[in-house]
Write a protein that binds this ligand. Sequence first.
Ligand code: ZN
Length: 239
Amino acid sequence: MNEVKKFFADAFRHLGNNRPVPEIEVRFYPYAGLHHTIRVRSGRVYVRLSDICKGAPPDVLRALAFVLVARLLGKRIPDVHKRVYQDYSVTSEVMRSSDLARRRRGRKLISSAQGEAYNLDRMFTKLNRRYFDGRLAKATLTWSQRRTRNILGHHDRVYDTITISKTLDSLDVPEWFVEFILYHEMLHIKHPARLINGRRYYHTSAFRQDERRFPHFSDAQKWLERVARQRKVPRARAA
Ligand SMILES: [Zn+2]
């Protein structure tokens, strides 16, 4: 937490036009979503960060400090911080309902790898053998609680969990397409995000190259477009 406080002090130094850095208090708070507050009372700054961010990497927390301090001071958010935080918020807001449910019920209770149509554990084992020589560490696999619209899969490094949208747990969806979405998320385990100039890259060229090894790759692209059309969203994707 002291480290997080330091990020806020840094942000005040950078954005505060030589004003002295105020006393800062930072706390995590169980907001219902990825929501944060910053306010000043009697010259002291009180920050409450969504506890979803507890496990966030330092560069994300630093970016968030700049975002909030800029908001407080009515300053423009520096682009680099804005991007880092946005990238993070996209992935962590994704399938938030299942994250929240997981925390509400305790993680252990939700082991819903077995769906109505497909079993994610079995699929993982098969893909692991076929494309990773069986060497990929087993993640926790779960179907999302809700039918998420535009995000079909998500890998959460902090919880070592892959969540696949319930939308795909249907015999109307070909097995190879579900496999492709899971394969994409498994590649996130193999290829951790790379940090370049403060920006995280999740889909590196090595990642994309591996992704194309999937035999149904181009069919899968067509299905992604098709799913997007059905859902009336710009484009379905795997995060
Ligand atoms: Zn991805």
